[in-house]
Design a protein around this ligand. Sequence first.
Ligand SMILES: NC(=O)c1ccc[n+]([C@@H]2O[C@H](COP(=O)([O-])OP(=O)(O)OC[C@H]3O[C@@H](n4cnc5c(N)ncnc54)[C@H](O)[C@@H]3O)[C@@H](O)[C@H]2O)c1
Length: 335
Amino acid sequence: MSEPSSLMQAIRSAPVVVTGGAGAIGSRLVRRLLELEPSSLSVIDDLSSGHRWLVPDDERLDFQRLDVCELSAELLPVERPWVFHLAAFFANQNSVDHPIEDLRRNGQGTLGTLLWASAQTGRRLVYASAGCSIAGHGVDAPIREEMPVSLDLDTPYQITKALGEFYCNYFADQLSTVRCRFFNSYGPGEVPGRYRNVIPNFVWAALHDRPLTITGTGDETRDFIFVDDLVDGLLRAAVTPAAHGGAFNLGTGVQTRIGDLAELIRDACGSRSTIRFAPRRPWDKSTHRQADISRARAELGFAPKVPLAEGIERTVEWFRAHRQPIERSISETPR
Ligand SMILES: NC(=O)c1ccc[n+]([C@@H]2O[C@H](COP(=O)([O-])OP(=O)(O)OC[C@H]3O[C@@H](n4cnc5c(N)ncnc54)[C@H](O)[C@@H]3O)[C@@H](O)[C@H]2O)c1
């Protein structure tokens, strides 16, 4: 996608802070930001689910291992920054198993980041919300931003991601915020694990010729967006003046069957893996999920460009190139 020069200029004009910058998406955002050469770049992460090796060793970047619940002007005295708040407890199953920790990190963590950003007179805070959080289950049509907020969410994670949106709106008089609702992100940077998304887990299993286990029938669909396209949407959400106070779906608008995804990954890995089926997880009540991205297209100029097959190829390439650190990170992650 051609990049508006105004985007680069706006990012260069002020310091940037990324919370959760050692995570799957945050680390890709950090790489992209370094290319845009902001006046300063601070990366905050407590490494609870992120990995230090994902963050480039670059002298232009200040990495602080810090819990966002503890953010303060003393610890992070950055004036008038752009803030990308991605730090979070990830994700649905993890929150079902650890609901209190989910509330602390996603609820208190987002409130703490907003309070800090507001005290620093932040230019804007872009909040990483979730497409699964707002409309609830049973919505088979493409999800639009203006759909009513459901009071019947399925996991503590969905509740606390929605809570973050409420807090963003609460701060409207003091701080410009934009809420970006991510659909299923995938790509280089996501280490597999019990609580991680389907794509890294399928790729890792396929590279080892282990079975790919679908929790469901394989007919379920999701909207998968390549991480670098998502990052492009986040940058646009930050610097587009008219996005102030808005919510934007960042997906592709394309649904993919999980059964087709498993076959695509198996082929891309040249794997002998079998495909198995297990019962759906009890909280997983959404059979289909697809974003309507017309608002982000029209108002942010957002246009995801990486088709799934190409994105999977690039993801597999990344796994092949980083086998050792991935292996190490998997073995270090508590299960
Ligand atoms: N990956 C997806 O498909 C997806 C979908 C919807 C929304 N999101 C949201 O996007 C954001 C990034 O997701 P991701 O996939 O990169 O997850 P991730 O787990 O890889 O990244 C989250 C990062 O936040 C850090 N973190 C957690 N709690 C923290 C705290 N209290 N203080 C400081 N750092 C902390 C973790 O160590 C990790 O590096 C999250 O807010 C997530 O809820 C992701």
